[in-house]
Write a protein that binds this ligand. Structure first.
Ligand code: ACO
Length: 324
């Protein structure tokens, strides 16, 4: 049997209309400044969802945009995978709500929760289904409404996050000379770091949603110090190097983390796709939002070698190398 590859055939995104600048946060009474936020994180603004814009609403719009780029209809999809930590409800899954909103009646849908690393985990998971014949075409979505999880009294966290959704369509195709598809992925987690980044509630503990809590410096240290292992593993497994990359599309949490990681790995700064200035940290949505931005402005082209990488609460982290 010919080797099956998971090939990206469409990519799309959706951002809520409401843009909130750093200055607007300060005007609302949060003790912060544009200067502090830009200098520490690179963030200038973020999009915040309206009351009716739930995660499944954002995810559905991003998924539709990805289908449009692929020239496919919802009926062509047999797997819907949504990475999110901010589901509309505890259950049913956001993925099934997106499936229904798109009018997909066949196949299967489920959520995957690995916080900010969720999209990388979802790509790796969808790839396993597609490359083994378990599904033919997957919508892989990262969708979040982190604004609902924030403690707006805590200036150390509330300035960092935003809302949005992005999606790709992966299609199982026989590998050919183009070498397109997900070439490799590497996932890691270490639950001993739980207390450094978590939400202080949940259905099985407090019965409430809870609010995001973070030890920023510890997260920063780990993100720069340890996370590059999965990228090095992806290079090793695929026989590629930093020089072979066309684009590096990391999780968009903090410009300083991204640039320090790129420098450590020897990835040239001009290959780094940055959207954190416009979107803030949108957790599992940040990578597909950045992919869609770089597709829209013509940077990512068919045949390009693209490394995605993320770290999130848990800690969870991972990387995937894709020939677009
Ligand atoms: N505005 C103004 N001042 C602030 C703000 C704010 N929003 N937040 C904190 N400060 C103050 C602090 O109170 C402190 O004041 P003090 O010196 O009087 O006590 C001072 O700024 C410095 O605070 P630090 O926490 O030491 O600031 P640091 O340089 O570490 O930057 C930051 C904080 C931006 C959170 C940084 O640690 C970071 O980026 N960490 C990574 C965390 C991250 O990106 N998490 C995202 C989720 S995880 C993920 O996606 C990977």
């Amino acid at each position: 049997m010919a080797l099956l590859r998971s090939v990206v055939v469409g990519c799309g995104a959706y951002l809520p209309e409401n843009v909130v600048t750093n200055a607007a946060l300060a005007e609302r009474g949060i003790e912060t400044s544009d200067e502090w936020i830009v200098q520490r994180t690179g963030i200038r603004q973020r999009h915040i969802a309206g009351p009716d814009e739930t995660t499944s609403v954002l995810g559905t719009r991003a998924a539709q945009a990805a289908l449009d780029e692929a020239g496919l209809s919802p009926a062509d999809i047999d797997l819907v995978l949504c990475a999110t930590s901010t589901p509309d409800h505890t259950f049913p899954s956001t993925a099934t709500q997106i499936q229904a909103a798109l009018g997909i009646e066949g196949g299967f849908a489920f959520d995957l929760q690995a916080v900010c690393a969720g999209f990388v985990y979802a790509v790796a998971t969808a790839d396993r289904f597609l490359s083994t014949g378990g599904a033919k075409r997957a919508l892989v979505i990262g969708a979040e409404t982190f604004s609902r999880l924030l403690d707006w009294e805590d200036r150390t966290t509330c300035v960092l996050f935003g809302d949005g959704a992005g999606a790709i369509v992966l299609e199982a195709r026989e590998n050919d000379a183009s070498d397109r598809g997900v070439l490799t992925s590497c996932l890691r987690s270490d639950g001993r770091h739980r207390a450094k980044l978590y939400v202080d509630g949940g259905p099985g503990s407090t019965g409430t949603t809870g609010k995001l809590r973070m030890e920023g410096r510890e997260v920063f240290r780990f993100a720069v110090g340890s996370v590059t292992d999965v990228i090095e593993e992806a290079f090793r497994a695929s026989g590629t190097t930093a020089d072979d990359l066309t684009w590096f599309v990391p999780h968009q949490a903090n410009r300083r983390i991204i640039e320090a990681s790129a420098d450590k790995l020897g990835i040239a700064r001009e290959k780094v796709v940055l959207t954190v200035d416009r979107h803030g940290n949108t957790s599992a949505a940040s990578i597909p939002l950045a992919l869609a931005a770089a597709r829209r402005d013509g940077r990512i082209q068919q045949g390009d070698l693209v490394m995605i990488e993320a770290i999130g609460g848990g800690f969870t982290w991972g990387a995937a190398l894709i020939r677009w």
